[in-house]
Design a protein around this ligand. Structure first.
Ligand code: GLU
Length: 309
């Protein structure tokens, strides 16, 4: 049995001298205000135990990590038909790129680039008012994390809405191709609120646990998705979860993962654990600099990479 607490304490100690590395996302004004010198890590094992170190109990904006939860809801609602409207290939371009979308007639490459996530939100909205779709996502995240105190930070959602010109461009573009079924302002309202979910590393690692345990949350005993679906969501996280840095993340860490511009990363070690790390400074491709380094250390020390020790 590995001593997870010891391992993450060691990782934390290695990260402390590096606090402040990278660049905090400032294109969302509310995120620019965050103190960059923070680092947290939480590991929840499939046995149901959570280990934490550093700022693991400080809520942060999960941003694109929410795309994993929204995709899970969309697959539950629309099943495989999701893939008629969004692809499953790594994009090889920035998370908010518009060029590819034009070439590929408004069908985004995958559900984890912004355009793809906006389509996924549109799918979840079917038959709902925007407010209900946001509520559905919030309740789902509270349910999988088994924590009703999780909230959406409305100031972050508002801040992004005020400056989200590029996401408006992407959404309008897809609407012109008929790949958005609801008004652009409604879909983006839902999308910005999902990105503004505020969670701690500890809550996030528990929320991801069903993906590490064949779709079943071992804490509650509830089956969230089938084992096959969990496997497939993990596959998408591995190939598309880190923007244009997905290959590099697979090379260095070797775990399915999803990062967000708030500096968080959710990583899944199938059959072992769900891991959340957070540090606001981002590297050149937009992934948490210390978060990526911490996960590389964790994968090396535990031998949890899906490609072998
Ligand atoms: N809300 C952010 C955006 O759309 C999410 C980006 C991210 O975390 O990758 O720009």
């Amino acid at each position: 049995m590995q001593d997870i607490q010891l391992i993450i304490n060691r990782i934390h100690d290695a990260m402390v001298p590096r606090l402040g590395e990278g660049k905090v996302a400032d294109y969302i004004p509310e995120l620019a205000k965050i103190d960059p010198k923070q680092f947290g890590i939480a590991v929840t094992t499939v046995e149901g135990e959570t280990f934490v170190a550093g700022d693991a109990l400080v809520p942060f904006s999960i941003q694109s990590i929410s795309k994993v939860f929204m995709l899970t809801l969309a697959l539950g609602k629309a099943g495989e038909t999701v893939w008629n409207r969004v692809g499953r290939e790594p994009s090889g371009s920035a998370f908010n790129s518009i060029v590819q979308l034009e070439r590929e007639s408004g069908i985004p490459r995958n559900p984890f680039v912004n355009a793809g996530a906006i389509v996924v939100s549109d799918i979840v909205m079917a038959g709902h008012q925007p407010r209900e779709a946001i509520g559905e996502l919030l309740r789902f995240v509270q349910y999988v994390a088994d924590d009703d105190s999780i909230i959406i930070d409305n100031a972050v959602a508002k801040s992004e809405n005020a400056t989200g010109y590029r996401n408006y461009a992407l959404a309008n573009f897809m609407r012109s191709f008929g790949n958005l079924h609801h008004p652009v302002e409604h879909v983006l309202g839902v999308y910005f609120h999902q990105c503004a979910l505020a969670m701690t590393c500890s809550q996030l690692s528990r929320a991801g646990l069903f993906l590490a345990n064949q779709g079943r949350n071992p804490l509650s005993g509830h089956t969230v998705v089938s084992a096959r679906r969990a496997k497939r969501i993990n596959a998408l996280m591995l190939t598309c979860g880190h923007y244009d840095g997905s290959g590099d993340f697979a090379y260095h860490v070797g775990l399915p993962g999803k990062s967000g511009v708030g500096g968080g990363i959710l990583a899944i070690a199938p059959g072992k654990a769900s891991i959340a790390v957070w540090s606001p400074g981002l590297n050149k491709v937009g992934n948490s600099a210390l978060g990526s380094a911490a996960l590389e250390m964790l994968a090396n020390e535990t031998g949890w990479s899906v490609f072998g020790a």
